[in-house]
Write a protein that binds this ligand. Structure first.
Ligand code: AMP
Length: 213
């Protein structure tokens, strides 16, 4: 299965991609995670990427194509993959099409995770990670007992660098201007499936599994 998960920041792409990839035993390829790994390594590229990400802007299409071409050529992606966060511009969508043509493998589907704007904002501003376990939580949506358990176990609820209000608003604007054309790109080609991505993680997973079946 080769699929692209599309959706605004906070639509739950990452969460759902992880679950689906594990169930199908194929890699979850998140360009955001790959860039954050480069930032953590502190390379020169990582430092540049960090400044772009903290501003809520996009890393250049040319660099992203290089990153994704290398990743899709890795042996573990030979039998399928779930792309999360790529393509994010119309150019990236065209680049991906060309790349997959060269590899001789078609994309099975592009899935749009659809969420109302006010819920996106709460998901993004409320998102926290447990500093000890890496577990994802949300101060608006997670049960209070789960939030308390993190603190009781000596962990901290850490907010992602780019989840502050200013960066979130930039990321949502960038999504509207640069990534919504990607949705149109796949819609025009008759390859877009929209999934209602509101509700619990399990509910959305069920709808997603139904959409890719
Ligand atoms: P994400 O974790 O997918 O929300 O990505 C976090 C940040 O990484 C984005 O706000 C961008 O700055 C950068 N990024 C991730 N994927 C891409 C991409 N395909 N093209 C350009 N920038 C990206």
């Amino acid at each position: 299965m080769r699929i692209v998960l599309l959706g605004a920041p906070g639509s739950g792409k990452g969460t759902q991609a992880k679950i689906l990839a594990a169930a199908r035993n194929i890699p979850h390829i998140s360009t955001g995670d790959m860039l954050r790994a480069a930032v953590a390594q502190g390379t020169r590229f990582g430092q540049k990427a960090q400044a772009i990400m903290e501003a809520g802007q996009l890393v250049s299409d040319e660099i992203m194509l290089g990153i994704i071409a290398e990743r899709l050529a890795a042996p573990d992606a030979a039998d399928g993959f779930i792309l999360d966060g790529f393509p994010r511009t119309r150019q990236q969508a065209a680049d991906l099409e060309e790349l997959l043509d060269q590899l001789g493998v078609p994309l099975d589907a592009a899935i749009l995770m659809d969420v109302d704007f006010d819920i996106l904002m709460k998901r993004l501003t409320g998102r926290r990670t447990c500093s000890k376990t890496g577990k994802l939580l949300n101060v608006y949506f997670s049960p209070q007992a789960e939030l308390d358990a993190v603190v009781e176990a000596g962990g901290e609820l850490v907010q992602r660098e780019d989840d502050n209000e200013e960066t979130i608003s930039n990321r949502l604007n960038v999504y509207r201007e640069q990534t919504e054309p990607v949705v149109e790109f796949y819609r025009k080609r008759g390859r877009l499936t929209t999934v209602d991505a509101q509700g619990s993680i399990d509910e959305v997973n069920e709808r997603l599994v139904g959409a890719v079946a």
